[in-house]
Design a protein around this ligand. Structure first.
Ligand SMILES: [Zn+2]
Length: 400
């Protein structure tokens, strides 16, 4: 199977994209699924610029990586459709029309090509109590689990609470990660050289065996490794030490904590998730748009251009967030709430990659974020509707 003249391998797909690894390179091609309408070059270009110029600098404070547009021939698209038919999950094949424009992006699941690369993908979801749920001390994710069971999207509710992961308290973070491992749904995956080793259809014993046979002595120390990275500031000089195994059970309520270091990666991500609420915007006030269009994306890009802003600069970021319309801030937050964190690690040294010392080994790692493409304006209306349903579900839980 070849694409743009190179061999490729299917890795993964979500609602909007299919991710293909281009063999022997350090990049992937994100194939865009067309949702009933043809994507034009301007839309794709705006989406790419939204990631490069707005989302990545807002989360990391610097230009971490760049996405580019590549054009596929109609023959390539026809071959792709045919070849992927056997590989793609059946429930995803409802969307099988691909755009002739695709996105070339760095392969975030790998550090060095042609060596052994591991990658933990986390979709942490909303890490704080949003305005509508403050009074009931239940977070959006935890309540949504009841809805998902009711709608038969999942069989069992997960005990994972995003507020545990974003708490900054190592024991609570460990509890969050363990609960994700016990019931990953689409929020946790582990890869080795892009092959899924663990996901929602795997047995947790398989995960334990894998971790123990790949230089970590226990799942407990592996979780300490991940927590150190999430709380880190991208620096080296870290020495991995095992912390006690988890003893506390999952509490009934979702509790916010303010222990995150303001320099840590998790804090920066949480800040973007909360940015709409920090500016006191209630989703209810802005959730009027029912269309799925992305007209706001060029508006934001023009704002950056006209005011000559560089969002890798802190003062420019503050100015940008101060100037952006309320509804658009809420859409930036919506993207940050639904992104995935990719923690890639390897024993093969890589220039400029930070490392953690574990015994006599150095484990090199990178932390990246994916799924930062803009969301349609109707996301906010949908959210408002779901919040209403979740509050009703909560009433019913209290009554029963
Ligand atoms: Zn929760």
């Amino acid at each position: 199977m070849t694409l743009i003249g190179k061999k490729y391998k299917y890795i993964n797909e979500g609602n909007a994209h299919i991710v293909l690894h281009i063999t022997d390179t350090d990049y992937v091609i994100r194939i865009i699924k067309e949702n009933g309408r043809t994507t034009d070059i301007n839309t794709v270009s705006n989406c790419v610029n939204f990631v490069n110029i707005i989302m990545v600098p807002l989360i990391f404070g610097y230009n971490k990586y760049n996405h580019e547009i590549v054009k596929l021939s109609s023959q390539e698209i026809a071959n792709l459709t045919l070849n992927l038919k056997e590989i793609r999950p059946k429930h995803r094949q409802i969307k099988s029309v691909f755009s002739k424009f695709a996105i070339k992006a760095p392969n975030l699941a790998m550090i060095t090509p042609n060596s052994i690369n591991y990658c933990l993908e986390l979709k942490p979801k909303e890490g704080f109590l949003s305005h509508s749920f403050k009074n009931i001390s239940k977070c959006y994710y935890c309540l949504k689990q009841f809805l998902k069971v009711k709608e038969k999207q999942i069989e069992h509710r997960s005990s994972y609470c995003p507020l545990d992961l974003f708490s900054g308290d190592k024991q609570r973070m460990k509890r969050g990660l363990l609960n994700l491992l016990r019931n990953p749904q689409n929020n946790l995956k582990l890869f080795i050289n892009e092959n899924v080793v663990y996901n929602e259809s795997s047995n947790i014993k398989k995960f334990e065996d894998f971790i123990k046979s790949n230089f970590f002595n226990s799942v407990n120390i592996f979780l300490d490794f991940i927590i150190n990275i999430l709380l880190g500031k991208g620096n080296s000089n870290l020495i991995l030490e095992e912390s006690p195994e988890l003893t506390s059970e999952t509490p009934v309520n979702c509790t916010e904590s303010k222990e995150l270091d303001t320099e840590s990666f998790l804090y920066k991500l949480l800040l973007m998730q909360k940015i709409a609420e920090i500016f006191k915007i209630e989703t209810a006030n802005v959730a009027t748009d029912k269309n799925d269009h992305l007209e706001y994306v060029p508006v934001l890009l023009n704002l950056v251009k006209e005011q000559n802003l560089d969002l890798t600069n802190e003062n420019d970021r503050i100015k940008f967030l101060d100037t952006v319309e309320e509804k658009h801030l809420a859409l930036i937050s919506a993207v940050a709430k639904d992104c995935s964190i990719m923690i890639a690690y390897s024993l093969t040294p890589k220039d400029n990659s930070p490392s953690i010392k574990f015994g006599d080994m150095n484990i090199f790692y990178t932390v990246s974020v994916t799924d930062l493409e803009p969301k349609g304006a109707k996301t906010l209306a949908k959210r408002k509707k779901t919040e209403k349903m979740l509050l009703e579900i909560n009433e019913n839980i209290l009554k029963s």
